[in-house]
Ligand binder design. Sequence first.
Ligand code: PHE
Ligand code: ZN
Length: 883
Amino acid sequence: MDIARTPSTADGNPHLADAPPEPQEPAIIRREDYTPFAWLVPETHLDFELGLESTRVTATLKVERNPAAEASPVLRLNGDGLKLESLHCDGEDCAGWAMDGDDLLVTLEGDAHTITIVTRFDPSANSQLMGLFASNGMLCTQCEAEGFRRITFFPDRPDVLSTYTLRMSGPKAQFPVLLSNGNEVATGEDGDNHWAEWHDPWPKPSYLFALVAGQLVANRDTFTTMGGRRVDLAIWVREGDLERTDHAMDSLKRSMKWDEEVFGREYDLDIYNIVAVSDFNMGAMENKGLNVFNTKYVLADADTATDGDFDGVEGVIAHEYFHNWSGNRITCRDWFQLSLKEGFTVLRDQLFSQDMGSEAVCRIGDVRVLRGVQFPEDSGPLAHPIRPDSYREISNFYTSTVYNKGAEVIRMMRSMAGPERFRKGTDLYFERHDGEAATCEDFIRAMEEGAGLDLEQFRLWYRQAGTPKIEASVLHSDKTTLLALKQSVPPTPGQPDKKPMPVPLRIAMFDRATGQHRGEQLVIMDEAQKGINFDGFAEPPILSINRGFTAPVTIERDIADADLAFLAAHDDDPFARYEAMQDLVTRHLVAAADNRLDDAAKASAREAIGQALANIIGDEAVDDLMRGELLVLPSQTYLAEQVLLADPAAIHREREGLKAWLGAELEDLFTAMHSRASKVPYSLDAAAKGARKVKVQALVYLAAGAPDVARAMAWEQYRGADNMTDRQGALMVLAGIDGIERTNALLDFYNRYEGNDLVIDKWFSVQAQSLHPNAIEHVKALADHPDFTLKNPNRVRSLYMAFAANPHAFHAASGEGYRMIADLILQLDPINPQTAARFVTPLGRWRRLEPGRSALMREQLERIAKADKLSRDTYEQVTRSLG
Ligand code: PHE
Ligand code: ZN
């Protein structure tokens, strides 16, 4: 049927009910309501006639009844804002069809049919960046989770797997490069137009579909797999960016090799393409054979990327590559199972990075992310289990809980089984479910059988939200020592009562007599209370617990400051050493912010911390990368998490006060460390990266305790820098201290990198995140800068995420910071709801703040909730945050 030529009502659809629907509260989707889809789609043919302003898509779907599902004559094809140009069944008019909201319902009489659908839309108007969109003159898709339905009507759910064949055509000058999933099977020319046909032999869900068309150049290489398959690798970027792709290519080849060696996984196509785009909501996307990346996670060279950026590229390249097995070969049955692919793949990329660099430093970095983002999520209004029970908008569940806690949960299985048995479990999982859309339960069962674990009680980690708390105390009498453990899991929204979960804790007891422990043990704390006996200690031993951070829990241990200082200096587990240092500082700052310390108590605590830091600076057994970690003070977010109602101003005052005291007290040590490290020439090896890390730490302390010294040192470092880590580190310090150097450095940085989007993002972030007392005013001015735009998610985040993470500015007592974020959400929501909704999280902390700020923050959430038209994304986050 040609829709345009049928008699119709005003809106062009004869099957629509007369009255326009009332604006409705978005529906809640529940995990327990899952049913298999009534139809299978064995084959999908797509024909794209490409244009930046108008693209026409002809989709031909072979459909047949699904014998494994309850039969239904109605085929539901999801759509999102699509205009139907025509619809045919087996080449004829369809007997019955209707719109149900955005979805197209087709009634089919027989068991197998061919449906042909034509849609047309304007990619240049797609500011949500979901579906097919334009970015810098190129066309690009993003389909996870529900973007394919913005391209054509389709059963847009991950359990409908189909084999895709695609043809695309368009002006050759505008789109010289045409890419899609799988292999290129034919190309041709047709006047000014050209076309390409691609075929992907691996059945896949629609969210893994991808298409790219544009003016791109490639960094090419090859990789030969363990089975002897020669794979052509290509990283596609804009012309001027080619020199910055070597690190990504190198990371890709190392990932492919590592996954063969460590997980036995081999690549399964002859081509692996990666495309970099500058307008992207997320980090990257694992589309089969055609990954699409945010430029931030592809481009890196010494002049424009920091050491952290280099690590980010390596980690994300690995993550997307690893998805080829954990995500693509085995996908998710429904979106509630998201952690099946994401948690597992994050663990895989963490283990890879650990093997490429320093295991301890990677672990500390992973835990810092978990504590900085996931723990607050788990203790706030948006808390949810790693396998959620319901959602309104799935984009809101791409969370640190699903990703990072999901990875921790699988890491616990690995700790309990050991690496060899864990590998048996993953082997069984990959073998048993290859080609399927699986569930978390499938993964758990494969682990039980393959790795020989009993995970009956462990399944609670998938069902219960909230960060478990373990209280530990050591009770010592004449000859016996008892380690008493208690576990509690806090209530979270919708889950008032919790059961104890199995918590694997690696533990060691240090003997005071020798300063050594007698070996570690793995204790599975699976009850509300448990006691463990030790003997042979003449004096009470010193407890080192959750070594290596074996479990994603908080620990409250009954331990003296002097014992923490001992562990900070002597624990042989590097993570435990870091942890002891963090605990020592955290305890002090929490007490000080709560006004619980008199002058004498404060002075003696500072002395102890100063002594511990001095030890670390002077300890020749520690490398600089690790030293840099040990020197980092606990973040303000982490400190705020330790108390029921936080006063951000008090925490800030005490944290900065301690930093200033340490900077002044240890000035000579910090300057000496800085000058020693400044002699190390630039390279990407661990020693040189470590040297750059301790240089920044030295400047950070000195900026607080000896600003004049710091200003001069930072300015010198800035001017002499031959790499971005040194340059940005110095700029960050200068941005917080008034003076001509501040102005000069910011101006120089802008002029030097004008036009380089990723570096200009840093220029915005450094100012939004600075300790400068006028940071709020700076952010307001930057929002009016000609380089600022709400259309580019990286740019929005570079200004406003950085600002929301700047405690002294965001938590200004006036409430101004909260208002600015609320304004941003309201402005951004109609443009890019997915990114707008992410800014609701910082406003969700109101229950955990002192009364004044709490009320101001809540007021802003209510203001957003009252807005006329909110996206489903923002609506869900705001109502949950207020709830
Ligand atoms: N699946 C992507 C990843 O984790 C993330 C992503 C989600 C990207 C949704 C885009 C949209 O690698
Ligand atoms: Zn992922």
